[in-house]
Design a protein around this ligand. Structure first.
Ligand code: 13P
Length: 324
């Protein structure tokens, strides 16, 4: 299904739909199990990097399998969107639309304003012929995500959003209010330190910008990228078992919970899944040095990701029990 009805209900109901990135079968299984057990709608998203890693055809068929798998797990009418994350050209979006994606993002945020409008509109005009919904982006997020890299962030300018949404016809808008991609969302000098734990405390999100945007576009679906919380217990496990992730820091979950109650109706989470998977694998291999069957260490990795997905759905985004 596309995102239209899903977002309408989420904005009205004051919750957000989880958008989890996936690259592997284990991530797909964990996402589906978590969504079915919590009765949550879910967006499974594929980045250009995921397509390069796993192959677009394979990921598409994994997503088809996800719907069948959810039914097999007892969910009569799963609500699963297959979404292209950070499409960077009309051709890539068209390829996904032609091949069964129900939603695409065209990310023209690094382009000049008028060029972003023109590219987004071109994708919208094509996508809507097939009832595929389109996410656009205004403002720039800092951080690194696959092939999307930006040094500096620029908050979305609220004075531009009405013009942008009207002229492009996009179905949802990703905005920049201080979130950022990756496990190092903030430099230490942007943060304070908790005197007890020594951990970094990040600067708060710009809720004033979010509320201004909501006032300009009442009820319009807003998307937050870069919303991993970088759970410190996973970072500690990784570091304990041979990893080296000093000062990894994410977005505090209470801020995401607050955002979910607003017009923010899609929250993107990728890094937290990577951390949950890596932590479980590092621990397993350190504790079982004689094991070499991938199923042995991918099983706890899958369990750990599922636990994280369920936690996000129930305790942060509030999308549990929201299946139609
Ligand atoms: P994180 O790196 O915070 O998980 O963000 C992922 C994302 O925004 C995908 O588009």
């Amino acid at each position: 299904m596309n995102t239209r009805e899903m977002f309408k209900k989420a904005v009205a109901g004051g919750y957000a739909i989880p958008a989890f990135n996936f690259n592997t079968m284990e991530q797909m299984q964990a996402i589906v199990q978590a969504a079915v057990e919590t009765k949550s709608p879910v967006i499974m998203q594929v980045s250009k990097g995921a397509r390069n890693y796993a192959n677009g055809t394979i990921l598409r068929n994994l997503a088809k399998g996800a719907v069948e798998y959810a039914k097999e797990l007892g969910c009569e009418k799963p609500e699963i969107v297959l979404h292209l994350d950070h499409g960077d050209s009309f051709e890539l979006c068209k390829d996904c639309i032609d091949n069964g994606f129900s939603s695409v993002m065209i990310d023209g945020s690094s382009l000049p304003y008028e060029d972003n409008i023109a590219l987004t509109k071109q994708v919208v005009d094509y996508a809507h012929q097939f009832d595929v919904t389109v996410e656009a982006e205004l403002g720039v997020l800092a951080g690194v995500e696959d092939e999307v890299v930006a040094e500096e962030s620029h908050y979305t300018k609220p004075e531009e959003v009405i013009d942008f949404a009207t002229r492009t016809g996009c179905d949802s808008l990703a905005i920049s209010i201080g979130t950022s991609h990756g496990a190092y969302k903030f430099k230490p000098e942007q943060c304070t330190r908790d005197p007890k734990t020594g951990k970094l405390v990040p600067p708060p999100l710009a809720f004033d910008v979010l509320h201004e945007i909501e006032n300009k576009l009442p009820g319009f679906p807003i998307v937050l990228h870069g919303s991993s919380s970088v759970p410190q217990d996973e970072v500690d496990t990784i570091n304990k078992f041979g990893g080296n992730l000093p000062d990894a820091v994410g977005i505090p979950e209470e801020q995401l919970r607050e955002a979910s109650k607003s017009a923010v109706c899609k929250i993107n989470i990728d890094s937290d899944s990577r951390l949950a998977m890596t932590a479980a694998i590092r621990q397993y291999l350190a504790e079982h040095p004689d094991h070499f069957d991938p199923r042995q260490y991918l099983k706890p990795a899958r369990e750990n990701m599922k636990k994280m997905y369920i936690h996000k759905i129930v305790n942060v985004l509030g999308s549990d029990g929201k299946l139609g």
